[in-house]
Ligand binder design. Sequence first.
Ligand SMILES: [Zn+2]
Length: 660
Amino acid sequence: MSTPSHPALNWPRTDGDPSRWPETQPPSNTDWYYEDVPLSDPKYKLYEQKTGEFLAQRLGLPVDASQQRVPMPKHYRLFAHRKRQPDNSIRTDFYLFGSANTLKFRSVPEFLEHAFWLMDTSRSLDDHSQCLCPYSKNGKARKSLTGTSSIKRGSSTSPLKEGPMKKKKVAATQSEAEEEDGLAGVVPERAEELTSQRRFRRGELIWFRINNIDPPAKLKGMGLTPLTHWPGLVAQVPLKTRVLQSGDVASASSSTAWTLFGGAPPTALQPTKPDVVQYYEYHIRPLGMFSPSDEIIKHGKDLLPWSIGSELLAGEKGWDAIGHQAENYLREGVKKEAEGYKGRSLDELEALIGIGQKWRANWAKRLRFSEMPWEWDAAVFRLSIALKTAHGITNAWTQTDKIDILPQDTDITEDDMKLIMSQKKTLYQGLWWGGERIWLEDMVRLKKHRSDLPTDDILPPTEGAEDRAVFLKIRVIAIEVSQDQAQINETAWRCVLYGDVFELAMEGANDQLPTPITSNGEIPVMSVYNAPKGFVYRQLNDPDSEVTVDIIDVAGRVYPDLLDSATQSWFVDPSRPSDSAKRVTPGDGALALMGLKTGGLVASKSEDWKEDLWTIVQQSSKVCETKLKEWYVRLLREALGLPKENRKENGSNGASVHKP
Ligand SMILES: [Zn+2]
């Protein structure tokens, strides 16, 4: 047992209990295990030194605080958590175990207030709520800025759309560097989705490929194309492993195997053996009033981003035509339905079908997608509903995964801390925007045209960059009280993103690739930012500054390898023009999604803020079906000669079926 550097740093008491230690195991085949950390380990030294320094300051000891050290309290012990990563490397996180009041401390900063509570005998050891650590009822849980942090100095907002960008200075805080344990504060889904660099994320709205449904011959010349894709939501994306038999074509090489199974191997997930391939299996929930438990399984290469929609089903005109087809189908169908009720009295009819009792059974049966009659009319009817539901989803947005911050968080500037503590500013890890999942650390496309960027703080464009998109690497997602509208009685909020701006430049000699966001040496979640072939991201703002952007300036996610023929089966890959069988030529929309055309070409304009993704999806589906059902009831009552229904709800004027 080592002794503290100063007599006042002897622990007067401890809440330590060896039964709180985790089970340790030798390295084994399991995915993770705990290991004892020897007292000589530098990690121990770090805890002892930082805790000593903190306590010396708090206790006001007349010594050089930075030279102090204190052993951990009795029955406290450091453990190394080793976890096998998908690429077979081992990640290590250190945790301090032993406290009877919490499972573990994940970093030195988490432990400091708890240490002071142990020192301060004026606060009862039996009442942990008097402690100010994140695990006390009075402390705020630190979910935190770990891996996401380093808020740079300065915080007043100046969104791109309203004027010149705000220059910000970087705070030179290197001292807290080594203390944080990697990705501790990052929600697992964000970590997984950013590190895997999977094209589609859970919850996203996408198109999936279906077997073609051709319009009947009589409808020729109406601008209709075969139905080739259907809107759906990504429900699950399990990683699958398949062992290839020697006879499989794909066993020839693992790269062919990847192509066969729908995608390029993510960098972090190379096959472990030559005869085993790993691939993502997308489980999709189709839109259009299907059974809520129904899921379709697709390979990644049969999926396309929702925002490519202008290039599918003949674009806007085609979608309108689908809407009209669906209207006709319902109108004709209602006539037939009405004939079936002939000879009944008005009262009988009213009881039977008056307010749409037959809607579900006759029109909106919760089929499985595979049970849908594979013919034009029925499919078009449901597709039009799916399109409108999807439209509702893209119109909505919300922020997710709030980041809790401790008052003593050293990464936060004083001004920002004031705003955060007075709840005028809140930080988040993610967003739902236009049916897409956007995470902190993502590179996103902006709507701004390159030539509209202010020129004072920003580099001039390289050749051709004016025709391409402008990008933001998101460092902070904040919801803030809007300064502009603060004088009005009600509080107005806005969502502001902080980060660096980029353009796409031709690959060249002096490329400076964007570095993943690191906070004082911490491990970033995002490992690398891929640009389309032949291009690099070129940072436009000074490294000592950053920009702020209002969420409405975000066009959406960027898909740099969207047209790669190995990862999608629909478009001709410009780098392999000969492989054009059963593929279509991509238009500007596809290029815009890659960042090769200006962001405004394909951009989300989500205006309805909602509570969460569940609400977004539920309401979009419900609103859409309710309107259609109202229209159905009106048509049916008309056809049966029933009086117009007295609507209870006011302001509802029924449905317009077309225009998805
Ligand atoms: Zn505590």
